[in-house]
Design a protein around this ligand. Sequence first.
Ligand code: R5P
Length: 295
Amino acid sequence: MLIVSGPSSRSLGERIAQLLGVRNVEVESKVFPDGESYVGLRNDVKGEKVAVIQSTYPPQDTHLMQLYFLLQAVGRLGAEEVTAVTPYLAYARQDKAFKPYEAVSIKAVIRCLEALGIRRLITVDVHEPSIFEDAAFAFQNLSAAKALAEYFLKLNLGELWAFAPDVKATKMAGEAGVIFRTPHGWFRKERDRDTGEIALKSIGGIEVKGKTLILFDDIISSGGTTAAAAKRLKALGAEKVYAACTHPLLMGEALRKVLQSGIEELVGTDTVPSPVSKVSVAPLIAQALKSEPET
Ligand code: R5P
């Protein structure tokens, strides 16, 4: 197997190649004066099984085009089998038509990946895995919840309780709860799709008073969800609140907003490089690449 590390995930790709003990094919990338992206491989991949590692965090459109071009290149050069690894997959949150006449953006991304002939797609904590059920390639979604929970366990903070800021995040919180050996809790969140305003409607699972809680979510983008959840948990008497997320997009003032909400520490993974990306998903992805894709 060869690893091709795309421009958005060079160090993650190198780490995966090291863990697997395989060659990391370097990629040359540049932007033409008119803004178009260029990518080229520095070595041949003919007859090889290839994994292209390219996370598609902002600027999403550039990173997606670079991914498509890399997949075109490895296909053109005669790779035997191609796996696309997009630790953060852009547009996954637009997985249905929320309003009657809008695009289901992730479906367009899936059709492009199919057309480029990939055998398998690997993601980490993608927003809605079921959207890939009808894809023409094998699909594997990995969870970073255990690795994030283990980071907090090592800090020796006493008894820990995982908490989901919305019902969708209960899967991650549940997996973390297994590591913490405690039950998890959750809020039921509603977001106004036009204003983005967040309302935490009800709380479930555990009593939070006096506890040290870790909020688990797949993405922190504006920071609004995590900040609202932290403030509410503190108001309900939580002793300390930490936050963990797989994809720390942290747009604009998000980091400041989260830290000002009473969060002791925010930890993310390197699916998105950021100041809080302290947990690597490289071991998780390397392990997945060792196994054969399910058909
Ligand atoms: C929503 O369903 C996701 O799981 C995250 O809670 C959400 O994307 C976080 O976004 P923000 O940081 O902008 O509130």
